[in-house]
Design a protein around this ligand. Structure first.
Ligand code: 13P
Ligand code: SF4
Length: 375
């Protein structure tokens, strides 16, 4: 199956900054990426953050795509660096009253929805995601209204208002299992927003799925032909692919999965060389956890291009040490979610967390999915 076979709803992901969209265009996001601090300033900022975390009873929760300093500092100070599913669970369960979420807006909003009583700070509140931008709540709600017979499954990379229209939330680390369980229970699915992840899940599960037409601007750029060329030059290398990538790239993978699944595959697969089709922020953890192994970035550009891979999310890149210190000091950039939305937006997140907790502990997770009749 190709993307051309899917029933897609056309949407735009860019909104002009002067229309109130802040740093939503990639050009504005890149312009806001913080400069690298000089070594002495960097060391001073890290010290300041360590002290502030203790003083403010705060904990850092970082995604694998943010600057290595923010990943290392999170781990070193008792916080977490992980994929979006584990970030949500960790933020909900941690005793700290302040969470500093380094990532993109939907991650901060999910943390706030799960813990409205906590303060959730973000280094830059305009760090967003093309999937979130490409799925405006009003248009999405109208799409759902047209298909009342379908169970609404929404990817975590969405706004609180879109989550509030969903029956189930998924991340790339649990979408396969949740959609398979829904299919087994007789559900037809309305899926949003990532068409590549959705296409992959449909191909794997055979579920009846109707798609919103969103994409990740980073993963959408990986090129199958150039990946094949690179594979030929590194015949022993295994290919690790995030499922937000196009289907022809996923088809070349030795392992497909979330950022955590990619890390696990790099540790467990019998190879010493890998080609990685995901944001290159991931290379920091891949290399530090696998010192004897070699990792190549998958190509995002053709042979005539001067740059072969520009696989880095401009919004993830907006997170920096100076802003972490500043928000801890001042309480600036506290994430707010409309309190009226929280109970409804929380439902699909709670379902996902309960389902994945059951899976992890070997309980029958499928029993958590309401049965609609024969699949
Ligand atoms: P993960 O859930 O795999 O960490 O992915 C989040 C994301 O934004 C990928 O682009
Ligand atoms: Fe969104 Fe893609 Fe950036 Fe992830 S890498 S936050 S999916 S734009």
């Amino acid at each position: 199956m190709t993307i051309a076979d899917l029933a897609l709803k056309p949407v735009e992901y860019e909104q002009p900054a002067d229309a109130g969209g802040g740093a939503c265009s990639t050009r504005h996001a890149w312009a806001r990426v913080p400069a690298e601090p000089a070594p002495a300033e960097r060391a001073a900022l890290k010290d300041r953050i360590r002290t502030l975390l203790r003083e403010k009873n705060a904990v850092m929760v970082s995604h694998y795509y943010v600057h290595p300093d923010l990943q290392d500092l999170a781990e070193e100070t008792g916080g977490l660096v992980s994929d979006s599913l584990e970030m949500a669970r960790f933020g909900r369960d941690h005793a700290a009253q302040t969470l500093v979420v380094s990532g993109v807006r939907f991650m901060g909003e999910t943390a706030k929805i799960l813990s409205p009583e906590k303060t959730v700070l973000m280094p830059d509140p305009d760090a967003t995601c093309s999937l979130d931008l490409g799925c405006p709540a009003d248009a999405f709600s109208a799409f759902c209204d047209q298909h009342p017979d379908r169970t609404v499954v929404v990817y975590a990379n969405t706004s609180a208002a879109v989550k509030a229209r969903a029956d189930w939330l998924v991340t790339s680390s649990c979408a396969l299992e949740i959609v398979a369980a829904l299919k087994a229970a007789g559900h037809k699915i309305l899926w949003a927003p990532d068409r590549h992840l959705g296409g992959y899940i449909q191909q794997q599960t055979g579920a009846d799925m109707l798609f919103w037409n969103g994409a990740c601007i980073v993963h959408d750029e990986f090129k199958a032909q150039e990946l094949l060329d690179l594979k030929r030059r590194h015949p022993g290398a295994k290919v690790l692919v995030h499922p937000e990538s196009p289907a022809d790239v996923v088809a070349l993978a030795d392992a497909v999965g979330s950022t955590s699944a990619i890390l696990k595959a790099a540790r467990e697969l019998d190879a010493s060389e890998f080609i990685v089709a995901t944001d290159n922020g991931m290379l920091h953890k891949l290399r530090t956890l696998n010192p004897g192994k070699t990792f190549h970035e998958a190509p995002t550009a053709g042979n005539s291009a001067t740059c072969k891979s520009c696989a880095h999310c401009p919004w993830m890149a907006m997170n920096g040490l100076a802003d972490v210190a500043r928000v801890l000091e001042t309480g600036a950039n506290a994430v707010e979610v409309d309190p009226a939305l929280i109970p409804r937006a929380r439902q699909p997140i709670d379902r996902m967390l309960a389902f994945t907790a059951a899976l992890k502990s070997g309980q029958p997770a499928g029993a958590l999915v309401p049965h609609l009749g024969a699949a």
